[in-house]
Ligand binder design. Structure first.
Ligand code: BDR
Ligand code: CA
Length: 305
């Protein structure tokens, strides 16, 4: 499967990108970056670092640096650290971003390979909304847009109602939900069931010392955040779950739903089912074989070094 990941790296983004690099059925053809966990310049730098660490030779196209309509948000440094990779110090990559921006890159690659490219969006949906608005053929040309975001029954993780990626640009998210594209939502209803413990990261580092060790070092910060929340035994594999849903939809219980996004007020960023709206249903993951997803994650990452 040809895959582009739209990302705000981010610790679980790094896990998702390394998973995609390791998975034999994924042909990762590029990354596009967006603000969210960090600013867009830091997200782009981090994406280039991950690409180089994994030995990939793919473009990294920089994207939007603020939401469609809202003012810029401060980065999520309490979850991912100031530089996005926990306590791992910032470092400059050798490479530079692609000459094209994220929106033009997404438009061009889906034109070159109509019906063949899955876009996995694991940050705020600003770039995806912008390409939908700019390129009238994108809806038809993209095979599917698989999104880590939203929550139907689980409640939020950044406010009581909202999941972080949707909250950071609710207007963009609503554009995507209304687009008529083939959209799959992998939200907190499933990602809160897929947890990785310190022992799991130690096992990954044992089997893949270089890249697994790098993830383990990053994960210490992420695990400490989850521990401080007190609700989970480990950290959620949010972004890896979305990549795994691209290739292994059979591991998820997927239902058709019409979804809209609250854009204002105290519930801004909430994803709600809305039968009476004139828009196509999307596919929403409501349950997951969590042990199987986690096992795939652990096994595939062990292939990395
Ligand atoms: C999402 O928000 C970010 O913090 C994570 O990288 C993930 O994409 C989880 O709500
Ligand atoms: Ca992310």
């Amino acid at each position: 499967m040809k895959l582009v990941i739209d990302t705000d790296p981010g610790i679980d983004d790094a896990m998702a990108i390394f998973y995609a690099a390791a998975a034999p059925e994924i042909d990762l053809i590029g990354l596009t970056t967006v603000f969210g966990n960090v600013t867009t310049p830091i997200a782009t730098r981090n994406a280039l670092r991950l690409v180089e660490a994994a030995g990939l030779n793919i473009p990294v196209a920089a994207g939007a640096d603020q939401p469609l309509m809202l003012p810029p948000f401060p980065p999520s440094s309490q979850v991912h650290g100031d530089q996005g990779f926990g306590a791992i110090p910032a470092a400059d990559p050798r490479g530079t971003p692609d000459a094209q921006n994220a929106v033009d890159f997404l438009s061009q690659v889906t034109r070159e390979h109509p019906g063949e490219i899955t876009v996995c969006a694991i940050g705020p949906l600003t770039n995806i909304a912008m390409v939908l608005q700019k390129d009238p053929d994108f809806t038809r040309n993209v095979s599917q847009i698989v999104i880590m975001g939203g929550s139907i029954e689980e409640g939020g993780n950044i406010t009581p109602d909202a999941e972080a990626n949707i909250y950071h640009d609710p207007h963009a998210a609503d554009v995507v939900m209304a687009s008529g594209a083939n959209v799959v939502l992998v939200g907190l209803d499933v990602t809160h069931m897929i947890l990785c413990t310190p022992r799991d990261f130690a096992a990954i580092a044992d089997r893949a010392p270089r890249l697994g060790g790098m993830l383990g070092d990053m994960a210490e910060f992420y695990l400490a955040f989850y521990k401080s929340v007190g609700k989970f035994d480990g950290c959620s594999l949010h972004d890896p779950a979305a990549v795994i849903a691209c290739t292994h939809p059979e591991l998820f219980d997927i239902r058709d739903m019409v979804i809209s996004v609250d854009c204002e007020g105290s519930t801004a960023g909430r994803t709600i089912t809305a039968q009476n709206l004139d828009r196509s249903a999307i596919q929403v993951c409501m349950d997951v074989k969590s042990d199987a997803v986690k096992q795939l994650f652990l096994d595939r990452l062990a292939l990395l070094d």
